[in-house]
Design a protein around this ligand. Structure first.
Ligand code: TMP
Length: 214
């Protein structure tokens, strides 16, 4: 089973995914946990270029191709082989981030983006996508606070408030287009409540899917 997590900046995905992975492993599932951009040696190098604050002149077309390049490597080097042996793959961001950030955020043509995504992934789609929803103001407030405590503050964080509003709006449209793949979770709730909702959503699907993944 291929599960992805999505959300605007400051939605708390990364904390939640770490708790989730630990819990699933304790339950006996073989879980492969990865993230985008990055997740491979080549992808991590691409991540550095994408997020470096000094690359503020990066053209949106360059940006999409770099995210797609990182994803192509991750899908072929890790995700497909892990799914083939029955592991549960959990990826912190995937193709929907490209549609939300580069498509809705930067206004790139969604049809062209979808073609690039299909080329990069060979058409691999998540079975389930968890969307951690937070208002843009609250999300960016959290990101600022975390950055003051030493967390990464990257080139994408530094884009305008309007950009991040379009990203969130984009996610809501993507969900409306294919609601059966998505589960929306209120990321302003307490951490334990969010985690419980995530586990409920995933376990319900894992128990009805391939028992070999256990
Ligand atoms: P994160 O590690 O906080 O999730 O940061 C990843 C950043 O990269 C975040 O700002 C979203 C952005 N991003 C895109 O713009 N497009 C993409 O395709 C992906 C995977 C991430």
């Amino acid at each position: 089973m291929f599960i992805t997590l999505e959300g605007p900046e400051g939605s708390g995905k990364t904390t939640q995914v770490a708790l989730l992975v630990r819990d699933l492993r304790e339950r006996g599932y073989a879980v492969f946990h990865t993230r985008e951009p990055g997740g491979t040696s080549i992808g991590d190098q691409i991540r550095d270029v994408l997020h470096d604050l000094k690359n503020e002149q990066m053209h949106p077309h360059t940006e999409i191709l770099l995210y797609a390049a990182s994803r192509a490597q991750l899908v072929n080097e890790e995700i497909r082989p892990r799914l083939a042996v029955g592991e549960v793959v959990i990826c912190d961001r995937y193709a929907d981030s490209t549609l939300a950030y580069q498509g809705y955020g930067h206004g790139l043509d969604l049809g062209i983006l979808r073609q690039i995504l299909t080329f990069a992934t060979g058409g691999l789609q998540p079975d389930l996508t968890l969307y951690l929803d937070i208002t843009v103001e609250e999300g960016l407030r959290r990101r600022h606070a975390a950055a003051e405590d030493g967390a990464e503050w990257n080139r994408m964080d530094a884009l305008s408030l309007d950009f991040h509003r379009r990203v969130r709006e984009g996610y809501l449209r993507l969900i409306a287009e294919a609601p059966s793949r998505w589960v929306t979770i209120d990321a302003s709730a307490p951490r334990d409540v969010i985690q419980a909702e995530i586990r409920t959503a995933i376990l319900a699907r894992l128990t009805t899917s391939d028992p070999l993944s256990r």
